[in-house]
Design a protein around this ligand. Structure first.
Ligand SMILES: *Cc1c(COP(=O)(O)O)cnc(C)c1O
Length: 505
């Protein structure tokens, strides 16, 4: 429950004797409380009328510790000045813009006919006691639900960049690179423009080009294979393991030719590929290993972190990934100083000294504003990963307790730890009908990915045919990703499982 605490409510709560129940609920995080930025100096001035300034400061500090501050722009003020009641309009438009559940006020009557839920403090407590409202829809991902936690930190970091006027690389990018290197147990990290560019620049740094072959699986997002093709090298596919959806190392050796230069294992959905046998083959044959860890930040394999096992690790901060920016961004990790230097040069048009170009690179820079956003969010990544794992376990328990295991397949954690960027179930035969049925129940699901890469139009010239990679083709017809984002509520998960049961039984 996310509520805006209006200035009138806050003044009355802070003026009353003892602790206020609603503020106490906000302190305990049972309600996510917001206050308008414009309320703060108003409150300060009001409280100073009745008490010492030295007593007002700690009261405001406590508010700021428990509530998130809802940012307002000049436009917001101008729009509200065009309405009948300036302060009512400020509050109502903020509730709408941030899709909050409503507002808390001691003057509910002035919000009549405003089309927002306006509650007095007693009604808030009653609503909380009555329990959560019935789940009626489940989105695949709900980024604004994280704003109460992150928005003020993100805003602060972004304003630091804006105030400095320094938008290209700089200390914020370096700081994020150091933090990601440390988080992924790599020596170095280079911020780049996207996960796709992370793959492309890693291939370029490895010197991959025309005449080379790079081995990967056809069950991945297009970017893995597209990046190989863009270097002029030839993508060579191996089939997946049906349990992990990742590269099956048993089929790897037979795909290696004299032209093979690199292997790109993908840690799909957040679980690492079986890296030991892959690394062993690569070492024996002198091949470069580039991990596509776009979906797997924080994932581990036998105590080693995703992105730190191969020569290069490629990460994406696309908004749907476990650590998402407010736009496109990516990162390459490496533990080789030589590779690190090469990546940094390739990122800025192949130049070490400005306007002198030693190799052909590109503009692959990580945007400084994105780096600021991602730095602010990184603090929460472990907590979010924990919640994703809890949600995954809850689904699995629900499917078991509803006796659905004979009808569907659930994800298995083969290597601790899976970070569940996606929780993917398998449904034989009627996956697409189930997807439609769930959509009718306002439950969003997604298919990652419906058409394997060897069957894509743009790769026809590779000469692959249907039937070449049977495990991949079966998975593409059966896989269905359910919502698993950290803020997903247990009731929503129950609603999803009940709805699946309704369809299947
Ligand atoms: C998201 C993703 C990418 C590409 O990342 P972008 O930041 O969207 O360019 C590459 N590989 C996989 C497996 C992905 O999921």
């Amino acid at each position: 429950m996310q509520y805006l605490l209006t200035t009138d409510f806050l003044i009355s709560a802070l003026n009353a004797e003892g602790t206020d129940t609603v503020l106490d609920l906000c302190h305990k995080k049972e309600i996510k409380g917001w206050l308008l930025a414009s309320s703060i100096p108003l409150l300060y001035a009001q409280l100073c009328k009745t008490r010492q300034e030295t007593a007002v400061r700690p009261a405001i500090q406590r508010l700021l510790a428990d509530l998130a501050v809802l940012p307002q722009t000049k436009n917001d003020f101008e729009k509200s000045l065009d309405t009948e009641d300036f302060s009512v309009s400020l509050a109502v438009s903020a509730v709408r813009a941030f899709k909050l559940d409503g507002l808390v006020t001691v003057k509910t009557e002035i919000y009549n006919n405003m089309n927002v839920q306006a509650l007095n403090p007693v009604e808030v407590v009653e609503l909380l006691r009555a329990g959560r409202k019935k789940t009626e829809s489940v989105a695949l991902l709900d980024i604004p639900t994280t704003y109460h936690e992150i928005l003020n930190d993100v805003e602060h970091e972004m304003y630091e960049v804006i105030r400095s006027g320094h938008f290209i690389l700089g200390p914020q990018v370096t700081a994020l690179e150091e933090k990601i290197a440390s988080y992924t147990q790599s020596k170095y990290a280079v911020g780049v423009s996207s996960g796709t560019d992370a793959l492309l620049i890693a291939l370029m740094a490895a010197g991959i080009g025309p005449g080379d072959e790079v081995i990967t699986t056809p069950f991945t997002f297009y970017a893995t294979v597209g990046s190989i093709a863009r270097t002029g090298a030839r993508p060579v596919f191996v089939d997946i393991d049906p349990v992990t959806y990742n590269m099956n190392p048993e089929h790897l050796a037979s795909k290696i030719t004299a032209k093979t230069r690199a292997i790109i294992p993908i840690h799909l959905y957040g679980q690492c590929a079986d890296m030991d046998p892959i690394l062993e083959i690569a070492n024996k044959r002198g091949l470069v290993v580039i991990e596509d860890a776009a979906q797997a930040i924080g994932s581990a394999y036998k105590n080693r972190k995703a992105g730190a096992m191969g020569h290069y690790g490629c990460f994406s901060f696309f908004p749907t990934k476990n650590l998402g920016g407010f736009g496109d961004a990516g990162m390459v990790t490496t533990s080789s100083e030589e590779c690190f230097e090469q990546l940094k040069i390739l990122r800025v048009h192949g130049s070490k000294v400005k306007y002198y170009h030693s190799v052909v690179g590109g503009n692959f820079r990580l945007d400084t504003l994105q780096a600021a956003t991602i730095s602010a969010k990184l603090k929460y990544l472990e907590l979010w990963t924990q919640k994703r794992r809890e949600n995954a376990h809850r689904y699995s328990q629900l499917f078991e307790s509803h006796d659905l295991m004979g009808f569907i397949g659930i994800p298995r954690e083969m290597f601790h730890r899976h970070v569940y960027n996606q929780y993917v179930i398998r449904v034989k035969g009627k996956r697409d009908d189930l997807k439609k049925y769930l959509l009718g129940k306002k439950i969003a699901t997604e298919i990652y990915y419906p058409l394997p890469l060897h069957l894509q139009e743009c790769f026809v010239s590779l000469g692959y045919r249907r039937g070449d990679f049977p495990e991949t083709e079966v998975a593409a017809g059966e896989a269905l990703a359910l919502p698993v984002y950290p803020e997903l509520a247990p009731e929503q998960q129950e609603y999803v499982v009940h709805s699946i049961r309704e369809f299947l039984k």
